[in-house]
Design a protein around this ligand. Structure first.
Ligand code: S3P
Length: 447
């Protein structure tokens, strides 16, 4: 059987990924390890920087986003060893001791870096900070964190409409109870981090539960935190004293998601993805794929450093359409691009709703996925808050574009595995934001 073609070409800082499956198809086989969880990696670097003592991080994601966080916190005075996946040490400088950098901080492409860091910077009284990011980040909404921080007494300047670059004059903040209009772990974490240095009880209530990695890690570092699961509320009592810890970062379920869908849609596949974080606030993808008829088994479930972990086995099986909406959306928000690919290969019409947030991610993921999957021949209609996908139309390879969005680039690569002919993905370099070894792994599992 002729082998699949998976070729990555690099020209300056741009990459093009060419994928041509053999006519007889490719069965994906093997055991895979995905890189460390991005959300947990950011938080480990940040809490390590502001804690007392040394934090050791095993399994840190070496993607560009955590590199942006490390660069910012080095500029703020924390000593962070050279980044590697085995072991990174962070010598914490203690809460309230972030130093005023002599230059602008850059969060690169990373919304998590910028929004979480703002909570810390705003509460560092007497110090002045300026923060920016790349073109994508500078177009993403920051009012969602600016408004609650201003209610706490923060002094912030920003571009009209609430866009970076931002300037922050640190202040002593007041505790508030903030009712967030959106379920967002970035908003929640920003407020909790601001609350660490604020005397009294700072509470955030969200409309649905978003990922809870901040709560788990803040507790482990010694913060006084209470959670009310009924009302989706978290309260931090400040001032806190954080102590450095060992953080073992599990594999990122958002990266595993590409292989889960690849294994489910490519006939003859049988893949095991080892050591994946299966925190219930992140496993919406497993619930939806199970409902669609995917065969996914959790093997060897265990708890590692306060986070649930398992090996995930996926085998090919026919998929059915489903409806994805409501409270499950925050539990799979980053997986919607790859779930859209699953829907293209499912029988029936899949409807994704209540996902307006996708329009303000690294790209407008609703518009970009609708456009790019349509180019491949899929029947996809853009809805104001989601997508309608009529599955079952065979895809034909062509040139597509990631719009510099890492999750779009990788989702299109998985779609290409099941398309006839050659697919050329422009902007494939974006994968390095969260998954630098994506193409190497794809080459390894393609026979
Ligand atoms: C993240 C929260 C989510 C998610 C993002 C990472 C985090 O964003 O989409 O990739 O680490 O807190 P929102 O909080 O904006 O939903």
């Amino acid at each position: 059987m002729p082998a699949a073609t998976v070729v990555l070409q690099t020209a300056e800082s741009f990459q093009t990924l060419t994928i041509r499956p053999p006519e007889a198809g490719i069965a994906l086989q093997g055991r895979i390890r995905v890189p460390g969880d991005k959300s947990i990696s950011h938080r480990a670097l940040m809490l390590g920087a502001i804690a007392n003592g040394t934090t050791v991080i095993q399994g840190l994601l070496l993607g560009e986003d955590p590199r942006s966080t490390a660069a910012c916190f080095r500029a703020l005075g924390a000593e962070i060893s050279a980044l590697n996946a085995k072991e990174v040490t962070v010598k914490g400088i203690g809460l309230g001791n972030l130093q005023e950098p002599t230059d602008m901080l850059s969060a690169g492409n990373s919304g998590t870096t910028l929004r979480l860091m703002l909570g810390l910077l705003a509460s560092h009284s007497g110090r002045f900070f300026t923060v920016t990011g790349d073109a994508s980040l500078r177009s993403r909404p920051m009012l969602r964190v600016i408004r609650p921080l201003q209610q706490m007494g923060a002094d912030l300047w920003f571009r009209m409409g609430g866009f970076a670059p931002l300037a922050i004059q640190g202040q002593t903040l007041q505790p508030i109870h903030y009712y967030s209009p959106i379920a967002s772990a970035q908003v929640k974490s920003c407020i909790l981090l601001a609350g660490l240095m604020t005397e009294g009880k700072t509470t955030i209530t969200e409309p649905a539960l978003s990922r809870d990695h901040s709560e788990r890690m803040l507790r482990a570092f010694g913060a006084d935190l209470t959670v009310d699961p009924e009302t989706h509320s978290v309260t931090v009592t400040g001032p806190a004293a954080l102590q450095g810890q060992t953080v073992i970062v599990p594999g990122d379920i958002s990266s595993a998601a590409f292989w889960l869908v690849a294994g489910a849609i490519v006939p003859g596949s049988n893949l095991v993805i080892e050591n994946v974080g299966v925190n219930p606030t992140r496993t919406g993808i497993l619930d939806v794929l199970a409902e669609m008829g995917a065969q996914i088994q959790l093997e060897n479930p265990r708890e590692v450093a306060g986070e649930p972990v398992a090996d995930l086995r996926v085998r090919h099986s026919p998929l059915q359409s489903c409806e994805i909406s409501g409270a499950i959306i925050p539990r799979l928000i980053d997986e919607i691009p790859i779930l859209a690919v699953a829907a293209v290969f499912a029988q029936g019409t899949t409807v994704i709703r209540d996902a307006t947030e996708l329009r303000v991610k690294e790209s407008d993921r609703i518009a970009v996925m609708a456009t790019q999957l349509s180019r491949l021949g899929a029947q996809v209609t853009e809805l104001p808050d989601g997508l309608e996908i009529v599955g079952g139309t065979p895809l034909v390879g062509t040139e597509v574009d990631s719009d510099r969005d890492h999750r779009v680039a990788m989702s299109l690569a998985i779609a290409a595995l099941n398309a006839r002919g050659t697919t050329i993905i422009q902007g494939a370099e974006a994968a390095a934001i969260s998954y630098p070894d994506f193409t190497a792994t794809l080459q390894r599992i393609c026979p």
